[in-house]
Design a protein. Structure first.
Ligand SMILES: C[S@@+](CC[C@H](N)C(=O)[O-])C[C@H]1O[C@@H](n2cnc3c(N)ncnc32)[C@H](O)[C@@H]1O
Length: 195
């Protein structure tokens, strides 16, 4: 895969204000992947395919990424981008709302990346835990949401999203079967594994 193509995809996404993964968040995930055999990834929130394409760098040979997106314009661009970097046999886009699609999946994944509607994070977690391999990991991006989540400021118009992100953190930190780290990278990254 040419780095030039990836840079062009990234620049266009940033110019179009598509909220793609931040560099330091991506580097954390890549560091995790480098030391492990990752064969199957599930991503919730494809946008233009940037993060999924980046993840292919450390995916095992013949590995697969299933990624879910509901916005038609994003799907169109993601398909074009995935073709440009010749990853059409590696990245499968599931078109539609993750709330409808997730309950119909029954594969097991080594890594799950949650990066879609914040108000649905608790539901995404429930589904991710069902779909996660025993030694797998769940990354949830934007978990600190510009600092709102851990502050006591709750009058912001994004209050519903903040409440759901707080609920996500409570679920992953209070469940004795889970081990979670909240990393202050990018917009906050929750890293959850099964004990
Ligand atoms: C933050 S962007 C994803 C960025 C992408 N992961 C990256 O880093 O390149 C979130 C995407 O999730 C999609 N999305 C939000 N809620 C969704 C849902 N319930 N089902 C499917 N897609 C959803 C949005 O349309 C948007 O394109």
């Amino acid at each position: 895969m040419s780095n030039l193509n990836l840079e062009i995809i990234k620049e266009k996404a940033l110019n179009d204000h598509v909220p793609i993964i931040m560099d330091n968040t991506l580097n954390k995930i890549k560091d995790y992947m480098k030391n492990r055999k990752i064969n199957k990834i599930l991503e919730i929130g494809t946008a233009v395919g940037y993060s999924a394409i980046c993840f292919t760098e450390f995916l095992e040979k013949n590995g697969v990424i299933d990624t879910i997106e509901r916005n038609e314009e994003m799907i169109k661009q993601a398909k074009e981008n995935i073709k440009i970097v010749s990853k059409d046999y590696t990245i499968n886009i599931h078109e539609g709302d993750a709330v409808d699609i997730l309950p119909n999946l029954d594969d097991k994944y080594d890594m799950i990346f949650i990066d879609a509607a914040k108000t649905k994070y608790p539901f995404f977690l429930e589904q991710a835990l069902r779909l996660l391999n025993e030694n797998g990991v769940i990354f949830a991006d934007n978990i600190l949401y510009k600092g709102y989540v851990l502050s006591d400021y709750n009058k912001h118009k994004q209050r519903t999203a903040v409440n759901h992100l707080r609920e996500y953190i409570k679920l992953v930190t209070e469940n004795p079967n889970l081990e979670t780290e909240i990393l202050d990278v990018g917009d906050g990254l929750a890293v959850t594994k099964k004990r």
